[in-house]
Write a protein that binds this ligand. Structure first.
Ligand SMILES: Cc1ncc(CN)c(N)n1
Length: 215
């Protein structure tokens, strides 16, 4: 079995719990509560700052010049169109700048940032890839559950599309290919430990959206 599939199996039940989360069901059906979605996006905006650093760490740590360019191009997407998505969604949901600029971090956000910071500090390309693979493959998995027609509101359908379009599929394929390549000679446990940790946090990240949602 491929390394990535062995890792995903090791991360059960968290992986499936995340992709079949109530949050995903409600988003795909366009019936997610605005306060729940806003809370999630405010926390995810904080996640994205560290995610950009993690992608930068991949640019530094990649052992191959062509792979480095792929990471750099995707970093530009997250820093560009995806960043714009957040600003537009905050405006649509009526989230004021003071609310999204520096909110109190929820537990799962803090844990994810800590995990990404550790991966950055390791400068270990395989470990950096593990965290990127979970963050992106798991999002591709849940977003691929959506079937046409997507929900009508732009803040809903754009968040699904960003994580399910052909470009994103290619990006996730690339990440998994890289992990297969550089992870092949590594001890399974040194990859599965951060992989499982990340999948567990992803599940809790969706749970968190329902805690103390704005009213
Ligand atoms: C928590 C989380 N995980 C993953 C992704 C997809 N980049 C995200 N936006 N937020």
């Amino acid at each position: 079995m491929h390394l990535c599939h062995r890792l995903r199996d090791a991360a059960q039940p968290h992986w499936d719990a995340a992709i079949h989360h109530r949050f995903v069901d409600e988003l795909i059906e366009g019936r997610i509560d605005d306060a729940v979605f806003a809370r999630y996006l405010v926390q995810d905006y904080c996640f994205c700052d560290s995610f950009v650093r993690l992608m930068g760490a991949a640019v530094c740590a990649a052992d191959d010049a062509d792979a480095r360019l792929v990471h750099a191009r995707q970093l530009a997407v997250v820093a560009g169109d995806e960043h714009r998505y957040f600003l537009d969604a905050f405006a649509a949901l009526g989230v004021e700048e003071r609310e999204w600029r520096s909110p109190e971090l929820a537990g799962p956000t803090r844990e994810f940032i800590d995990l990404m910071d550790e991966a950055c500090a390791s400068q270990d390309y395989a470990v950096i890839l593990v965290v990127l693979v979970v963050a992106e493959w798991l999002y591709l998995d849940w977003a691929s559950r959506a079937t046409a027609p997507l929900p009508p509101r732009p803040e809903h359908h754009d968040w699904i599309r960003i994580h399910a379009d052909a470009e994103f599929v290619r990006w996730v394929d690339f990440l998994r290919g890289e992990l297969e390549r550089v992870g092949a000679g590594r001890e399974f446990e040194c990859l599965s430990t951060p992989f499982i940790r990340a999948a567990r946090i992803e599940e809790r990240f969706f749970d968190m959206a329902y805690d103390q949602a704005r009213d």
